[in-house]
Write a protein that binds this ligand. Structure first.
Ligand code: HSE
Length: 312
């Protein structure tokens, strides 16, 4: 019997993870977006409702990350039916938590479940990338890949992306603090210098390699020493009021590393479980010192990505 309706959930994500600009990201399962896809006789994609923590998003499919991603899927597979989407946003807009990617991923995963022959996840990644580009004006995969596949994910290549799920030592927790302000990805990308000092490239390359090696070998000292973004964080820090104080608050309480989540303004820290709640409280207090209220979450980084929750 054919599936006429499917609901999918896609988790939030921490893009870049500090040292892997545009190529590394990890899921943050405490938050996510949900999309319900329904077969319709009319061709194409129609967005019928947007609810949850963000409502003011374009209903025009080509302007909406989920709409565009599903449109790309339908154009490729020509299933002979159209799709209606209902989007339930759990991720705040302009938060640096991968909300546009999660909607795109949840959209394609839900629509894929309607197909008589669902497409493999690596193919869905490309359609979701088309959706993500609508929001950020650039193709980057560091939120889409973890949201789709789950865990800490490295993506190599854009035209033929290769995905690698990196093991995360099980004692690691991610503390995420979202100051209640909006920061657009376009703006945060727009301020970045186009050229980078060679010494910084060497340092960043060593840190990324050291970070990944530390993850593979559960070497927390290596992860801590390598957890320093010398290329992007210094340029974006000024967009986030109190960033230096927030980072210091986390590091002083034993974080392994602390940086900007995606394009910001959320800030994340990696730490061991025992330190997590004190680090979250200290980071929130540092934002409060700047007059910014914030929300905080703590989660493990498990290799669980987007999934279909319901079909009928
Ligand atoms: N890698 C992207 C950036 C993530 O930092 O601009 C945006 O969500």
């Amino acid at each position: 019997m054919s599936v006429t309706s499917a609901t999918a959930f896609a988790p939030a994500s921490v893009g870049n993870v500090g040292i892997g600009f545009d190529i590394l990201g990890h899921t943050f399962p405490a938050l996510g977006d949900r999309v319900r896809a329904r077969r319709s006789a009319a061709a194409g994609v129609r967005i019928t409702a947007i609810g949850g923590v963000v409502r003011d998003l374009p209903l025009e499919a080509a302007q909406n990350t989920a709409g565009m991603a599903v449109q790309a899927l339908l154009e490729a597979v020509q299933p002979g039916f159209g799709v209606e989407l209902e989007i339930e946003k759990g991720i705040p807009l302009g938060s640096g938590l991968g909300g546009s990617a999660a909607s795109a991923v949840a959209g394609v995963v839900a629509a894929n479940a309607l197909l008589p022959e669902p497409r493999p996840a690596l193919e869905l990644l490309r359609y979701a990338m088309r959706g993500e580009a609508v929001a950020s004006g650039a193709v980057h995969v560091d939120n889409i890949a973890p949201s789709l596949f789950g865990g800490l994910v490295l993506t190599v290549g854009i035209d033929n992306p290769r995905i690698k799920q990196i093991p995360v030592p099980p004692m690691i927790r991610c503390v995420l603090v979202h100051p209640r302000m909006f920061l657009g990805t376009r703006e945060a990308r727009g301020i970045l210098n186009r050229s980078v000092d060679l010494a910084d490239v060497v340092w960043q390359t060593a840190n990324l390699a050291g970070f990944l090696a530390g993850c593979y070998t559960s070497d927390l000292a290596m992860i801590r020493d390598a957890f320093e973004d010398v290329m992007i964080e210094p340029q974006r820090a000024r967009l986030i009021p109190g960033f230096a104080e927030v980072k210091r608050a986390a590091m002083d309480r034993g974080a392994l590393g602390c940086s900007i989540s995606g394009a910001g303004p959320s800030v994340f820290a990696w730490c061991e479980e025992a330190q997590a709640s004190a680090i979250a409280a200290a980071m929130a207090q540092a934002f409060a010192g700047e007059g910014l209220e914030s929300d905080q979450w703590v989660a493990a980084i498990e290799a669980v990505g987007a999934r279909v929750e319901e079909t009928s």
